[in-house]
Design a protein around this ligand. Structure first.
Ligand code: BES
Ligand code: ZN
Length: 914
């Protein structure tokens, strides 16, 4: 008996206004962007000064000067090759760079001080000119603030007048960084050691390359010339306007002006790389890589989809890509996986290069997703930019959300799905107040899973509410936005609707009681009493419910909560399932009777529910159990049906949820029965896919390929004998073969890890030798991870020591290598001791996963005390937040183990008794 929609009249009215206005050209993101964001249309400039502040600025640049354009000359002196001397620090290599810049700006408020941002630069020669009169203005003092502000303060003899146009000329000198920031050096070996120069400026490192108004809303055009060694090529944001030999040693390359853009998007590279072109009707697309990689065709997959993705977005957004060219470059070193610099997207090699027969299905998906993400930024982020970093979720959330559509368009068989929800209270709202995001370290911390995952999920929910078509329309017409009354109303409504999702920490749990029809919501927290103090804003999340019309599948949507009781009253003992396909960013809990019925239905016929919801039920059950809203045994009961489950998502979510059980118990007596249970559960899945373990018989569809990889991981790590035997044999076949690797690329990471775990020194040394000799980035990465899987403590210890030697483990891999070792129960304690002993070295990178990994098993008072001592005695730097989170998590763990261990042990023992 289909249920009818009971959207209240008030809400229905709101929907009408919303929908009409949305079709007329507004939708939330545009509204959000338009109200909070500077757009491609220059912000109207105040004609009169609003105030005449004389106090020096605190962290942010004063807005009395508005940059218009920069002319930048940069001369990195690095050689890409040193034939005689191979060492980067040898006297022949030079890491200096020189530069000069002229920034033109408008003065909108009288001042006799110019503030710019500059860091690690020796700046001199300041000259200020009144562009209206051509008169020079004398500089009386120039000072670089050696504090968090990075201000370059320039005092003038006379004031700049409101409304006047001026320019500032500066020369500067700096050093090419070896830490992957600012203008940095990247190295690789192709016969001989080679060097290249690249940039990574997001969020706040443009100031390390040239003095500038280094804030995202202070957009300007950039006219760039690079002076570089004769035998190299330079790439920049825009297309080349001229290039010529200067003398025996030098060459210059000039670029057309960039679009008006933020400083963090500035980029250039100097290298000997070669290009693979893509086809696109208007834009010249080239994908650059090491000459050997290009020659071997490793950039071909990326090149083949890039044009298609760009065209897809052009259609989708209804706005052409703004520039005439788009370069992508695969760098041997990059601090991020990829960076969306306008017109010159940089990628870490492994995120862009694909090698047929070597890369796995996972690599391919990641490459497509990464390109799609960075290209989405060419609109969301580059063309339209958040005003300040507190709203970087708009950049990252949109790019993450949009990338799924683009990948679906170019690779329809991938069928990517996401399901991510966090719950710790020491997280932050999507959009915290600006005041809380001022220092560079706080800005960097904004690039986290909340920003990416919650950002994307909240947008997905919004798209689901207004309808995909309307959402797309809204995106398309974004540039025609003209405020009028209807829009204002809709704006107000949408802003009101979105606010609880963007300004509050976390998300709600909806509790449905099917015996009395009651429904309520509250902030979902693992630990209500301890965490609720973090919740500053007391309002509720907007939710509206609309039934889908099918029997008991119910979707809860947005709006003030208004339920008719009997809508959720179960008649005739039927179950009710909410949040179909998980489009809502909330969790659902039920009364025990309804949970029971849902789980029974799962065991009888799981296909009654969409795969997303089968996964969601497991995920919700485990999260509810962790939050003590249901018994932990209910969560375990939710995994019983897996014996028959062949779909990837429910298994993936199970593995992810049991990860917590694994880290809490893999050093305890619970682990044996738990492994026995999982061995039984996974047998069906493993056997359904085991015939495929031969190289030629990998399942066709992507989802089964993922299931196969997961099945082997679950089966082997729970010691299913046939799995261990298979993994050991496959690896041995490789060791005994002459260089050709017989293992299918999909299965390499799991087989490598399981074989190294099951093996000893021989397997480890073989993997290490291959790691050192392999020039393939994805293979190297898989081996680097696999090396951490050994159960031999002495091998793990030696491996930890290797991370201190950059010739063995590159600096950028130090964090993740130590983290991988820490995730291994045999390496956990070793890694924790190791990072404390070598904190100065290991904390050079941002270290966020590191703290999480080394503290993941902490669940005793003793471990908590150690962590507190670590916090007190070490200079944590940007890792401070991670340490606070770890302390909070340890409290949760201690209590959880105390309360659940006995019941869990008993449950697993009972399940495996027969
Ligand atoms: N804009 C980011 C790169 C970035 C991240 C710069 C953090 C500065 C600080 C880029 O668009 C990005 O999101 N990269 C992701 C990969 C992407 C596929 C999600 C990354 O590097 O992890
Ligand atoms: Zn991004």
């Amino acid at each position: 008996m289909p249920k009818t929609s009971v959207v209240s009249k008030a809400i229905a009215a709101a929907f009408v206004v919303l929908t009409v206005s949305v079709i007329g050209g507004i939708i939330t993101m545009i509204i959000l962007y338009k109200t909070e964001i500077s757009t491609m249309n220059p912000t109207p400039r105040p004609t009169r000064p609003v105030s005449t502040t004389v106090l020096p600025p605190v962290m942010r640049l004063p807005k009395n000067l508005i940059p218009l354009s920069y002319k930048v000359f940069l001369m990195p002196q690095l050689y890409t090759r040193i034939i005689e001397k191979v060492n980067v620090t040898s006297p022949n290599q030079t890491m200096d760079f020189l530069g000069n810049s002229t920034v033109s700006f408008q003065c909108v408020e009288r001042t006799s001080t110019i503030y710019l941002k500059s860091m690690n630069l020796a700046v001199s020669n300041g000259k200020v000119k009144n562009e209206n009169t051509n008169k020079m203005i004398e500089v009386s003092a120039m000072k670089t603030h050696r504090d968090d502000t990075n201000f370059l303060e320039i005092q003038l003899r006379e004031a700049l007048e409101e409304g006047g146009n001026y320019s500032l000329f500066l020369t500067f000198k700096g050093e090419i960084s070896e830490n992957l920031d600012g203008m940095y050096v990247s190295t690789y070996v192709e016969g001989v050691p080679e060097f290249l120069v690249a940039t990574q400026l997001e969020p706040a490192d443009a100031r390390k390359v040239f003095p500038c108004f280094d804030e995202p809303d202070m957009k300007a055009e950039f006219h760039v010339t690079i002076i570089h060694r004769r035998d190299t090529i330079a790439l920049g944001n825009a297309e080349i306007s001229g290039s010529n030999i200067v003398d025996d040693e030098w060459k210059y390359t000039s670029f057309h002006p960039t679009p008006k853009m933020s400083t963090y998007l500035f980029a250039f590279t100097v290298s000997e790389f070669t290009a693979t072109p893509s086809t696109h009707e208007r834009v010249q697309i080239n994908t650059y890589a090491r000459p050997e990689a290009t020659a071997a065709g490793h950039a071909q997959y990326a090149a083949s989809i890039t044009g298609k993705i760009l065209s897809f977005y052009e259609n989708y957004f209804g706005i052409d890509y703004t520039q005439k060219k788009l370069d992508q470059i695969a760098l041997p070193d990059l601090a991020a996986a990829a960076m969306e610099n306008w017109g010159l997207v940089t990628y870490y090699e492994g995120s862009l290069l694909y090698e047929e027969g070597v890369s796995s299905v996972l690599n391919k998906e990641q490459i497509a997703t990464t390109i799609a993400h960075e290209l989405a930024h060419q609109w969301f982020g580059n063309l339209v930019t958040m005003k300040w970093w507190n709203d970087v979720w708009l950049n990252e959330g949109f790019a993450t959300y949009m990338s799924l559509f683009a990948v679906d368009n170019v690779e329809p068989t991938f069928q990517l799905v996401t399901f991510e929800m966090d719950a710790l209270a020491s997280s932050h709202p999507l959009s915290p107040p600006q005041e809380e995001v001022q220092k560079t370290s706080s800005i960097i911390q904004m690039f986290n899973s909340i920003t990416y995952c919650k950002g994307a999920a909240v947008l997905r929910m919004l798209a689901d509410i207004v309808g995909e078509r309307v959402f797309i329309e809204g995106v398309k017409v974004s540039n025609y936005f003209k405020p009028h009354l209807v829009d204002m109303v809709a704006h107000w409504l949408v802003a009101r609707f979105m606010e609880p999702w963007t300004k509050q920490i976390g998300y709600p749990v909806i509790t449905i009681n099917t015996t009395n029809g009651e429904v309520n919501q509250k902030h979902f927290l693992f630990n209500d009493s301890a965490e609720s103090r973090h919740v500053k804003i007391g309002y509720m999340w907007n939710l509206v419910r609309v039934s889908t019309g099918s029997t008991a599948l119910i979707n809860i949507f947005k709006g003030p909560i208004l339920f008719k009781k009997d809508e959720f009253l179960s008649k005739n003992g039927e179950w009710i399932l909410a949040n179909i396909n998980c489009t809502g960013y909330y969790r659902v809990n039920y009364n025990p009777e309804n949970w029971d019925r849902l789980l029974t239905q799962l065991e009888i016929d799981p296909h009654r529910f969409p795969p997303m919801n089968r996964g969601q039920l497991i995920d919700n059950a485990f999260f509810m159990a962790r939050a003590k809203l249901v018994e932990v045994t209910l969560a375990l009961n939710s995994t019983r049906f897996l014996r028959k489950e062949l779909d990837f998502l429910p298994w993936q979510l199970t593995v992810r949820n049991l990860e917590y059980f694994v880290v809490m118990f893999d050093r305890s007596e619970v682990y044996g029965p738990m492994q026995a249970y999982l061995r039984e559960q996974v047998k069906g899945l493993y056997n359904s896919l085991r015939n495929y373990t031969d190289k030629s018989t990998i399942p066709k569809d992507h989802s089964s390929q993922h299931s196969q990889m997961l099945a082997i991981e679950v089966a082997c790590s729970n010691e299913l004998p046939e799995c261990l035997e298979m993994a050991t044999k496959m690896f041995a076949d490789w060791m005994n073969s002459n260089n050709t690797n017989p293992i299918h690329p999909n299965l390499r990471s799991v087989i490598y890890c399981q074989a190294v775990a099951a093996g000893g020194k021989k397997e480890w040394d073989f993997a290490w030798a291959r790691y050192q000799s392999s020039s393939d980035t994805s293979e190297k990465e898989q081996l680097r991870v696999a090396l951490s899987c050994t159960k031999k403590t002495w091998l793990l210890n030696r491996y930890l020591e290797y991370t201190l030697d950059p010739d063995k483990i590159r600096l950028m891999d130090v964090d993740s290598t130590i983290s991988d070792i820490a995730w291994n129960p045999a390496g956990h304690a070793l890694a924790w001791n190791f990072i404390r002993a070598h904190w100065d070295y290991v904390s050079q990178q941002d270290g966020d996963m590191l703290i999480n990994a080394v503290t993941s098993r902490f669940s005793t008072q003793f471990e908590l005390d150690e962590l507190e001592r670590f916090k007190a005695e070490y200079d944590l730097g940007p890792a401070a937040n991670e340490v606070y989170q770890a302390i909070e998590q340890t409290h949760v763990n201690i209590q959880w183990v105390r309360e659940n261990k006995d019941a869990i042990l008993e449950w697993f023992e009972r399940e495996t008794a027969e």
